[in-house]
Design a protein around this ligand. Structure first.
Ligand code: AMP
Length: 381
């Protein structure tokens, strides 16, 4: 075990979006300095970091110089080229490790890892050539979904295959890239579990969080998930098993489907704080971003006890600005509603601009409150 990196030290974060911003806020609250690295200027992370480096991920000299100025490096997204991770240098503390990124940034490697570890996943086939696609459709059946192996998130790089004769055109739409073909899971709901794991192997989690998507993008999360206790316990044990098998030192979010008979199937891993865990900022003693700071720095994990019995989070996407500035005061007039904005100046449709959180006595109440708060931002939407 290496000695902890104590407050006053500087932590580097690769990437500069809202996840890095909320990480930087947590780190600075604890007295750390934060440097961020990305190709962007005036980024959500850069606005709250001590120092913003603007350079390409392919500028390996700039990456190495960035690493020299910090005590440890973490990530706010997993699609960092492996050459960039290598350029950080062998002497740099990097959490989670390059190995974890290597597995989770590629759907084929991730699926093979999960099934090899005995963790339940949807039936899948690796597609490199047309014969793989046809054999896969034959074995898995339809409807199915084809997803690119690399650089997919929020439903990007995936196409549904309703019938066997549409398989070839679906893959063509992905440019015949290496892909994973998956059976469509007829799920009752989707849940996620955010786990934090330290270098000794100790773990904490927040239980199951229930997620509703719109157009493949997370829309609303509710904690605790409204599923039977046994299902929530199963989701937690699957997530912890994945975290341990991957040997994550950091935060891992495991997204899962809950089938109609209560089975839990893993859809995706994210080796970092996740959108569904944003409600932990307002609803829990130690939020997911502070857990990331603690695990990166080798400090003890924090309590995941709730401040309230339930909470819900609603994403604010670019379309909330369709008629101009949303009516913030109207939402903020509601008790127990909190607003988080990410400092993005351009509200493009589908772009994650911020989120609202509500805490309440029950999950139903929290969800109703956060939806009402969002509705008040622009009742015409
Ligand atoms: P992903 O980009 O893989 O996280 O997928 C985004 C969303 O698409 C998921 O949260 C699900 O709502 C849906 N989805 C993805 N894969 C499947 C599947 N195999 N069966 C059913 N729905 C899926």
């Amino acid at each position: 075990m290496t000695a902890p990196i104590l407050p006053g030290a500087t932590i580097g974060v690769l990437g500069s979006g809202q996840l890095g911003r909320m990480f930087a806020i947590a780190a600075r609250r604890l007295g750390y300095r934060v440097h961020t690295y990305s190709p962007d200027q005036d980024s959500p992370t850069g606005q709250v970091a001590d120092h913003e480096v603007t350079a390409s991920y392919d500028d390996l000299q700039a990456v190495a110089a960035f690493a020299r100025d910090v005590s440890a490096v973490t990530f706010e997204f997993e699609n960092v080229p492996s050459r960039t991770v290598e350029a950080l240098g062998t002497g740099t503390i990097v959490r989670p490790s390059g190995q974890v990124l290597h597995t989770t940034q590629h759907r084929v490697r991730e699926k093979q890892f999960l099934s090899g570890a005995g963790i339940p996943v949807a039936p899948f086939a690796v597609v490199q050539q047309s014969v793989d696609l046809h054999a896969g459709v034959e074995r898995i059946g339809v409807p199915a979904i084809i997803k690119t192996a690399s650089f997919g998130y929020d439903g990007k790089g995936q196409v549904r295959i309703p019938s066997a004769d549409q398989a070839a055109s679906a893959w063509a739409r992905l440019g015949w890239q290496p892909a994973v073909l998956e059976g469509v899971v007829d799920f009752a709901c989707e849940v996620s579990v955010v786990v934090a794991r330290d270098a000794t192997g100790a773990m904490v989690d927040y239980g199951a969080i229930e997620n509703a998507h719109r157009d493949h993008i997370l829309d609303v999360s509710v904690w605790p998930a409204r599923v039977p206790e046994a299902t929530a316990a199963r989701a937690v044990s699957v997530a912890r098993a994945a975290c341990e098998a991957l040997d994550v030192v950091g935060v891992l979010c495991v997204e899962m489907f809950v089938t109609r008979d209560g089975e839990v199937i893993v859809n995706e891993l994210a080796p970092r704080p996740h959108n569904s865990g944003h409600l932990t900022i307002d609803a829990h003693v130690t939020c997911q971003f502070e857990q990331q700071v603690r695990t990166v720095c080798g400090l003890p994990l924090g309590s995941t006890a709730g401040h309230a019995p339930a909470a819900a989070m609603a994403n604010l996407l670019g379309h909330e600005w369709a008629h101009g500035e949303p009516a913030w005061a109207s939402a903020l007039a509601m008790p127990n509603v909190k607003l988080h904005l990410y400092g993005k100046s351009e509200a493009r449709p589908g772009r994650k601009m911020g989120h609202l959180t509500a805490t309440a006595a029950t999950p139903d109440e929290a969800e109703a409150m956060v939806r009402e708060a969002r509705r008040r931002l622009d009742p015409r939407l």
